[in-house]
Design a binder for this molecule. Structure first.
Ligand SMILES: NC(=O)C1=CN([C@@H]2O[C@H](COP(=O)(O)OP(=O)(O)OC[C@H]3O[C@@H](n4cnc5c(N)ncnc54)[C@H](OP(=O)(O)O)[C@@H]3O)[C@@H](O)[C@H]2O)C=CC1
Ligand SMILES: O=C(O)[C@@H]1CCC=N1
Length: 313
């Protein structure tokens, strides 16, 4: 069983998704199983290695346009031990790659989508297949107009932490088709193996693009600024970065795993008359909350423009 997954436009995000998925397959066949420290694990237990089911991708084709990018990808996937085993890299062979595939993950730049999908032969090659677009700002309705009527189009908005299987992906499907049950299983298998996956209506996609798609960049600005503060006060750079990153991860996990409200976590840290409230007031003086929230607003507005014909892109 299993199927072939083609990544059409395998750059930053294509690599992140593919390497996360390949790693997840590897983990499922590793003995003994390696789990995160917060998961229950009986030492010495093993994971049963079963045959892949119909929703598991077992062969991968990564497509790029330039030979130089293909060479870079070969190094990446060789390093993961998958090159020549279950992963092929091709340059300028989109139609042939799509013909050989069952599911196509469209990961090119939004402004290239129309021309890539209009290449002679691609329309036919995509007939009856599942096309998952991760493009910011390009709607299901636009994509549907560019492909064969029997191509099943869905949108997904993942983020770069998919690479380490800590991604956040939002998925939108437009309508049920005969195969939709299988398609849901396929979608969940891909994106749940590389992080969290949630289905939402397409009307929310630009906000999701800004919040979780662009989010790692915003989070890293905050992380870097926290570390800079530590360095300003004499901490070595490496330790300051470790403290900042682990602290942000810990706080985020308290929200995600323990179900704590962010305000509750903040209040529990804030001793009356202590140093936390002194720091919080300084942050509020800099309008930190509205600045961050406005950043998401502006990014959402920009995301909505990305699929439109070129203006000032
Ligand atoms: N970066 C991010 O964090 C996120 C990005 N996205 C979305 O993902 C998409 C990709 O972004 P990102 O990965 O950053 O972009 P990249 O520029 O890193 O990757 C784009 C890829 O498309 C390839 N490509 C270009 N032209 C063709 C073609 N004619 N046929 C096949 N492949 C082609 C490029 O190959 P070559 O180098 O050979 O030209 C490159 O590998 C965008 O639409 C973006 O909106 C979504 C969520 C997060
Ligand atoms: O900046 C961008 O346009 C893409 C979409 C989300 C993250 N990166």
């Amino acid at each position: 069983m299993g199927y072939t997954l083609c990544v059409l436009g395998c750059g930053t995000m294509g690599i992140a998704i593919l390497s996360g998925v390949i790693d997840s397959l590897d983990v499922h066949s590793r003995v003994p199983v390696v789990l995160h420290k917060w998961e229950s694990h009986t030492p010495g237990t093993t994971t049963p290695v079963g045959l892949p089911d119909a929703s598991t991708p077992t062969r991968f084709i990564a497509c790029v346009s330039r030979a130089k990018s293909a060479a870079k990808l070969r190094t990446v996937f060789d390093g993961l031990g998958s090159l020549g085993k279950n992963t092929e890299i091709v340059a300028s062979q989109n139609v042939d790659a799509v013909k050989q595939s069952d599911v196509v993950l469209l990961c090119c730049k939004p402004q290239l989508a129309h021309s890539i999908l209009s290449e002679s032969g691609l329309y036919e090659a995509l007939e009856g297949k599942l096309l998952i677009s991760i493009l910011a700002g390009v709607t299901i309705s636009q994509l549907t107009n560019w492909v064969h009527p029997r191509t099943k189009v869905i949108r997904a908005m993942p983020n770069t932490p998919c690479k380490i299987r800590e991604g956040m992906t939002v998925v939108s499907t437009i309508s049920a088709s005969n195969d939709m049950e299988v398609d849901h299983a396929i979608i969940l298998k891909i994106f749940s193996s590389i992080g969290r996956c949630r289905f939402l209506e397409e009307k929310h996609f630009d906000a999701c693009t800004a919040l979780s798609g662009s989010g790692p960049a915003f989070a890293c600005i905050f992380l870097e600024a926290m570390a800079d503060g530590g360095v300003m006060m004499g901490l070595p750079r490496a330790e300051a970065l470790e403290l900042a990153a682990q602290t942000l991860q810990g706080a985020a996990r308290m929200v995600l795993q323990a179900g704590a409200h962010p305000a509750q976590i903040k209040d529990s840290v804030t001793t009356p008359g202590g140093c936390t409230i002194a720091g919080l007031l300084a942050l509020e003086d800099g309008r930190v909350r509205s600045t961050i929230a406005r950043g998401i607003q502006i990014a959402t507005e920009r995301a909505s423009e990305l699929g439109q014909p070129a203006k000032k892109q």
